[in-house]
Design a protein around this ligand. Structure first.
Ligand code: PLP
Length: 419
């Protein structure tokens, strides 16, 4: 099998799937698996939500590719208007592209044009994409960067408070990271050349670490003080993943630029950035674009996705399942404190730190747990974080109580079986 595919893709499982519904994917030989990856945080409405499928089918019969520079199709403005309604205050105009990396790059291009400043700051452990610029902005694991030098310049990396790794209290970590941020602006660059700061409100690929509110507030305050645009990368945290439509809403925060992808269209490739009209007006016409951005099928899928998510009870269900999942993970930790050192997260963006007898990150055990889940329990999960020892739990938000309870029981079995 797969003789003609590049080996460059990291492979979580050897499953060949042909069908997906809700939180379940079915292999070509008819075996159901519970998908706790959501295709890396994409199918928040579940695989093949019927409303999304219907919208794509209907749109496919009318227009598949209506190129945005050539003409405007009838899903574009409705989607932009809908996004203006559901995104944080002040986000009112939108640019569409296809992937998360394209959107984070677009945010940087807008920030450069709007501020006239060339440089930007990201945080240790961030993941912003795999293109050359976004690789330079990504420090979640060195595998994404090694072998690709030289990377574009003008990107500075400030520390992020990941207390499980540093062993500090949250208060100490926040104070240290904010001090280091100030020092960076005095020693490596300066507010006169920094146009933007980009932050994931929950560090994603870097370990599923929610940014402490005091840290977010401190960074935003510094951005305001220095005339730097604050960009929230909500590619993974957006569209209900953390229990709010956007993780910024946990902080009562309105970013200058909001970056969206993944959950936006339930799996149809789409990404977007949003900003105020005043900021967008500083982006010279023709200085950015793309063949497929704003594709009508993607817009139709996004509109249907948003309708589902803003429908009665959807987010409430996601929050309840998040609480139930985290409570279950805590019970597993209670039974196996020697192996599960910490559970954390927001909504259904949860993680468990797997450690060895000395409390050090244990990638081998985490790998064995994933293998057990896959082979014995028919459950797909994946890791994140710098050591490969953090198991992330990121099911479709439509996961049922029974499926959550089954996943927790399976995790408990996997930890016990790999002791
Ligand atoms: C926070 C964040 N930003 C950007 C990206 C890049 O998205 P894509 O893989 O669609 O380019 C990802 C992908 O995982 C992400 O999690």
């Amino acid at each position: 099998m797969d003789q003609h595919l590049a080996d460059v893709w990291f492979q979580l499982s050897g499953l060949e799937v042909s069908y997906g519904e809700g939180a379940v994917v079915t292999t070509t030989d008819g075996v159901d698996h519970l998908d706790l990856t959501s295709g890396i945080g994409v199918v928040n409405t579940g695989h093949c939500h019927p409303d999304v499928v219907a919208a794509i089918r209907e749109q496919a019969g009318r227009f598949i590719h209506a190129q945005v520079n050539c003409y405007r199709h009838d899903q574009l403005e409705p989607l932009a208007a809908k996004l203006a309604e559901i995104t944080p205050d002040g986000i009112e105009r939108f640019f569409f592209s296809n992937s998360g990396a394209e959107a984070t790059e677009a945010a940087v291009k807008l920030a450069k044009q709007a501020t006239g400043k060339p440089a930007g700051i990201v945080f240790q452990g961030s993941f912003h994409g795999r293109t050359h610029l976004t690789m330079a902005m990504t420090t979640s694991k060195s595998v994404y960067r090694v072998g690709h030098s030289p990377l574009p310049s003008g990107i500075f990396v400030a520390p992020f408070p990941y207390t499980f790794v540093t062993g500090e209290t949250e208060e100490d970590a926040v104070a240290r990271c904010l001090k280091e941020f100030d020092l960076l602006l005095k020693t490596q660059t300066s507010p006169s050349e920094v146009g933007w700061v980009m932050l994931e409100p929950v560090l994603g690929e870097g370990g599923y670490v929610p940014a402490p509110p005091a840290f977010v507030a401190g960074i935003v305050e510094r951005c305001r003080e220095h005339g730097i645009l604050f960009v929230a990368d909500e590619v993974q945290t957006g569209f209900g993943r953390t229990g709010e439509l956007f993780a910024c809403q946990h902080h009562g925060l309105a970013p200058d630029i909001l970056v969206m992808a993944k959950g936006i269209a339930s799996g149809f490739p789409m990404s977007a950035i949003g900003a105020s009209a005043e900021l967008m007006d500083r982006w010279p016409t023709g200085s950015h674009g793309g063949t497929y951005g704003g594709n009508p099928m993607a817009c139709a899928a996004a509109l249907a996705t948003i309708d589902v998510m803003t429908g009665r009870g959807f987010l409430e269900h996601a929050r309840q399942m998040g609480d139930r999942f985290l409570a279950g993970l805590e019970r597993v930790r209670g039974s196996h404190p020697d192996a599960v050192a910490e559970n954390r997260g927001l909504g259904l963006m949860l993680a468990s730190e797997i450690v060895d007898a000395d409390g050090r990150p244990d990638a081998a055990r985490a790998g064995a747990i994933l293998a057990h889940l896959l082979e014995e329990e028919r459950i797909l999960a994946m890791t994140c974080g710098p050591f490969g020892s953090t198991v992330r739990w990121i099911p479709p938000l439509v996961i049922t109580e029974r499926q959550v309870d089954g996943a927790i029981q399976a995790f408990n079995n996997a930890v016990a079986a790999t002791a």
